[in-house]
Design a protein around this ligand. Structure first.
Ligand code: GDP
Length: 216
């Protein structure tokens, strides 16, 4: 992509993510899923991966984290409307040390139905902490996404915590893993919510999946 094009994409991303981000619904069972409408991007990853921080950095506000961290909502799929052009979906973090097995089974069923029954779901951003290689639970989720034929991209978080050569190594090994997954996007987005690294680029990539806007 040439530099001027990239500039335009970054600007489109900035404009989209400057819009209002409104909470639409929380769903803890498949009947509670909101009607299919806007193109959707879902954010997933292990608990503590930095999902709330990343989404706050993307939207420049704390609405999503506030809603998603509200007691009773942490195990739900939380749906947001970004400027009437893009749906953002905060998926519950995986790896629940303190959650009963029966609850995990319910959650798993809901996720499965959401992933398989949501034609508007354009992409899942699978967040992976840059300090650790992808774990078994990340691989298992990638397999679910492959099986559901849902396009996904890996977003590395907390890159400010990792030295450049270690980061290169992580990107290379993850790249080799992703090449074996049919639904994986080959590009890995490197981010730090704390330092703003990769945020404009991720906004631009996601804006390219949004519904068109006549005023844009
Ligand atoms: P969530 O559970 O996935 O929503 O994770 P949070 O966004 O709540 O972040 C978990 C922890 O990681 C918090 O202590 C954050 O301050 C920290 N964290 C999140 N993003 C970054 C980042 O970009 N850099 C660093 N160094 N720490 C981060």
């Amino acid at each position: 992509m040439s530099a001027p094009d990239k500039q335009i994409d970054i600007e489109a991303g900035r404009r989209l993510f400057a819009r209002e981000c409104r909470f639409v619904a929380g769903a803890d069972n498949s009947e509670a899923l909101p009607p299919i409408g806007l193109p959707e991007i879902a954010f997933a990853g292990r608990s503590n991966v930095g999902k709330s921080s990343l989404v706050n950095a993307l939207t420049g506000r704390t609405t999503l984290a506030r809603v998603s961290h509200t007691p009773g909502r942490t195990q739900q799929l939380n749906f947001f409307d970004l400027g009437g052009r893009l749906g953002l979906v905060d998926m519950p973090g995986f790896g629940f040390a303190r959650v009963a097995k029966s609850k995990i089974k319910d959650w798993s069923g809901l996720i499965e139905r959401y992933l398989r029954g949501r034609p508007s779901l354009r992409r899942v951003c699978l967040l992976v902490d840059a300090r650790h290689a992808a774990m078994a639970i990340d691989h298992a989720f990638m397999e679910r996404l492959d099986a559901a034929a849902v396009s996904y991209q890996v977003v590395l978080t907390k890159c400010d915590k990792v030295k450049p050569d270690e980061l290169e190594e992580r990107i290379a090994s993850l790249g080799a893993t992703l090449a074996q997954h049919v639904a994986a996007h080959p590009d890995i987005t490197v981010t730090s919510a704390h330092e703003g690294i990769g945020i404009p680029e991720l906004r631009a990539a996601l804006a390219a999946l949004a519904a068109p806007d006549q005023f844009d």
